[in-house]
Design a protein around this ligand. Structure first.
Ligand code: FUB
Length: 443
């Protein structure tokens, strides 16, 4: 009975976050390694912390890991802390260097690989990679007492090939190394091999995946000042690889790092990555994001443009963050933090001129009898917001009158038409603005 109660308590207390981009709003997350386990997406990011004084005020500070999961790519569950630096016997617990991890499943066990700084700093300044093991993708993970012998560096990435062989890749001082792992998953089965056919500018964060007989080695790459995401293709997990080009350009806001993973989930390829959306003035406090990824007929990758909307279908009855729009009118649209001192509260969108609009893709209405639309709004003049279906001149679903005022209010309008299933919404200003919209939802 006690066990049942504690399982129930866990189920009830797992926080659910509703996400566009970034995916996680209540904490900083970076280096997302996404995996599909048991029909769900699990993301193992690193966890940036903000420290305003001392040596970490200007550098990465990370002491533990959380894992997040989602079935619909929109509602993300935080399963809490799965490993802390002080629980790992070999880690220097004053280093706060629990950097980019990865996790894979083999024979029903989950192996979590993580870099950190060892107490023994005699080689490679102590940069080592450890393993923690669990029977579940959400932990608890038990760390091994020692790091992987012969592996010095950061950013482990694991790959299980179709023949059952497992490979580990990591970065060390600008070199990309790879090796086969023994079946015990905790020792190397081959000497580390340097992957040498990449352009200058490789730093860290490798991610290998397989598609249609081809191996894609993808990695952050510095061509100018900051990291972009690039890739090479080959016919064996350890290469040789031929450089093919860029997956994502440098961050528009100069986040120096970008670190990614690529998975196929329910027939859709997804790119997970990070920028510093919730911390525009300090790029060591990052936030993970996801966008769809597409291939050309010859297997090369279409460049991905970071979006606000992200992936997944948003339920109509949850706050729809229309400031994370899919598209916007060319003029008359702006976004800002709701509270610049607390960025985790998110953004609002301002529609400034008569006719200004934003489009928000993929809202799920299903067949409920929707009665009203509710929006959190504030307007500098009397105006209306129109919610239209599929185009900015499309069928009107609801029209909300917003009186001039200085405070944020939740206002309601009756539905005029109920859309079927999944709809792309246009939110259009009618009259003088500016009107600020935090979110909309339907009941
Ligand atoms: O998160 C710390 C480091 O920044 C990672 O290990 C790198 O890949 C970069 O994202």
């Amino acid at each position: 009975m006690k066990t049942i109660l504690s399982i129930l308590a866990l189920i009830v207390t797992i926080p659910v976050l509703l996400a566009q981009n970034p995916l996680i709003m209540d904490q900083f997350t970076a280096d997302p390694s996404a995996r599909v386990f048991k029909g769900k997406v699990f993301v193992y990011p690193s966890h940036d912390i903000r420290i305003d004084t001392g040596r970490f005020a200007t550098w990465f500070c990370m002491e533990d890991y959380h894992v997040f999961s989602s079935e619909n790519l929109t509602q993300w569950h935080d399963h809490g802390v799965i490993l802390r630096q002080q629980d790992v016997p070999w880690v220097d617990a004053s280093s706060y260097s629990m950097w980019a991890p990865d996790c894979i499943e083999k024979n029903g066990k989950y192996y979590f690989y993580f870099p950190s700084i060892a107490k023994d700093k005699s080689v490679a300044e102590g940069r080592r990679i450890g393993v923690a093991i669990s029977d579940s993708p959400t932990g608890p993970f038990s760390p091994l007492p020692k790091p992987i012998p012969g592996v010095y560096g950061i950013d482990p990435n694991l790959f299980v090939d179709h023949d059952g062989n497992t490979y580990i890749f990591w970065a060390m001082g600008g070199e990309l190394l790879g090796a086969r792992l023994k079946d015990n998953m905790i020792e190397l089965a081959s000497e580390p091999k340097e992957i040498t056919t990449l352009p200058d500018g490789f730093k860290e964060g490798p991610w290998l995946f397989h598609r249609n007989g081809l191996y894609y080695l993808t990695f952050p790459h510095v061509a100018k000042n900051t990291e972009r995401l690039a890739y090479a293709m080959g016919r064996h997990p350890l290469g040789p690889f031929e450089y093919k080009g860029v997956i994502m350009d440098e961050s528009p806001v100069d986040c120096w790092t970008n670190h990614h993973s690529i998975i196929e989930y329910k027939g859709q390829w997804l790119l997970f990555y990070h920028h510093n959306d919730l911390s525009p003035h300090f790029d060591k406090n990052r936030s993970i994001k996801a966008d769809s990824l597409f291939f050309n007929a010859d297997g090369t990758i279409h460049k991905v443009k970071p979006s606000l909307r992200g992936v997944g279908i948003t339920p109509a009855d949850r706050p729809i963050q229309v400031d994370r729009f899919s598209l916007r009118a060319e003029e008359g649209v702006a976004t800002a933090f709701v509270d610049s001192l607390h960025p985790q509260k998110g953004w609002f969108v301002s529609l400034i001129n008569n006719g200004a609009w934003v489009k928000y893709n993929k809202v799920e209405f299903k067949n409920h009898s929707w009665k009203k639309m509710i929006a959190r709004v504030r307007s500098q003049s009397d105006c209306s917001i129109e919610i239209r279906n599929n185009s900015f001149q499309g069928e009107m679903l609801a029209k909300l009158n917003v009186p001039k005022g200085n405070s944020w209010d939740n206002r309601e309008a009756l539905m005029m038409t109920v859309p079927q299933d999944v709809s792309d919404l246009f939110i259009v200003l009618s009259g003088d603005g500016p009107v600020a919209i935090d979110w909309i939802r339907f009941e």
